[in-house]
Write a protein that binds this ligand. Sequence first.
Ligand SMILES: *Cc1c(COP(=O)(O)O)cnc(C)c1O
Length: 385
Amino acid sequence: MKPASIAAQALGWLDEETRGIAPPIHTATTYIRDPDNQYRSGRIYSRDQNPTYDQAEAVLTALEGGHGSLLFASGMAAATAVFQAFAPGDHVIAPKVMYWSLRNWLMNFATHWGLVVEFIDMSSPDALRSAIQPGKTKLVWIETPANPLWTITDLAVSCEIAHAAGAVVAVDSTIGTPVLTQPLALGADIVMHSATKYLNGHSDVIAGSLTARVDSPLWVRIRSIRAQLGGVMGPFEAWLLTRGMRTLFPRVRAACVSAQAIAEHFSHHALVEEVLYPGLPGFVGHDIAKKQMQGGFGGMMSIRVRAPKGGAISGEAAAIAVAANTQLWKRATSLGGVESLIEHRASIEGVGTPAPGDLLRMSVGVEDTGDLIDDLEAALLRAQG
Ligand SMILES: *Cc1c(COP(=O)(O)O)cnc(C)c1O
């Protein structure tokens, strides 16, 4: 079966009890013990043993080509579980351009925990080679394409460098999605998703996931971190996630086609300074993206708004005015839903952001491409004053 078929039928599981083709939602928090004191059902307590997780985790494992998956209460709960599996004194390397809230946690909490965190330009294999310390570096964290500049990191090359030094590689593949990128096949050890985004796809569930390439002491440790820290999903959210993943392929494919057209349309526009999109031939990292992303370059892009002639307002003020003037593009954070979103990124990321002030981050949904282009055209014009 092709991945698109796996997702569409969520592996084709039936509810054996009723023969229903949609799974039930299991709300029980605890399970009956056998009279002889055994737990033959394999379930004791629902903190990390809720049966509603099983199908979503199995679908993710199949789509990523891994050994197993774990759902978490959020992408942040999933990502931080990976870092917490390491010990004080361990050296970990993360990208300078990455999801801002995780960067923030790494700077302000992981360091208190005793992790030695080093931020590098992850798009440069040479930077990774010179930062990695054989025996001391335990984890390399990669995000590709990376928020909010869509910086591309070569997964195969980075995994080779990391593994040669004895480090594990974890990849935040939220933007790539299992539709476009297979990090495990390229050598990564763990894939993380903010399932809040494309996997669920409807802006109505906060969720995260990890998938491991193989079973390992690290994976066992991550599994017990989830069980003990309890950053778990509710059964209803897990059920919604399974439902959302059934349309993952058509949603992501539509977003890719639309994003490519929108990026091309605005890349030579008088009111736009620059379009950042991995699908544009002139984009740094385009060739690597082409090599490791199949079927499209994702639904995420950014534009940098040009300051109006005459210098009355800055590029940043113009960008904020553009976001204020869109109708169809909704002015909100987050991404990966069926509705298109636009956001002035520097103001949400704050200090340390790599986003220039004139940058608008755009999550392309599944609306009509022409409507999205017209709406942005009109907003760019209105922002001129
Ligand atoms: C949203 C996001 C996260 C965090 O996920 P939550 O589900 O919001 O906790 C991590 N990485 C990327 C790339 C994201 O877009």
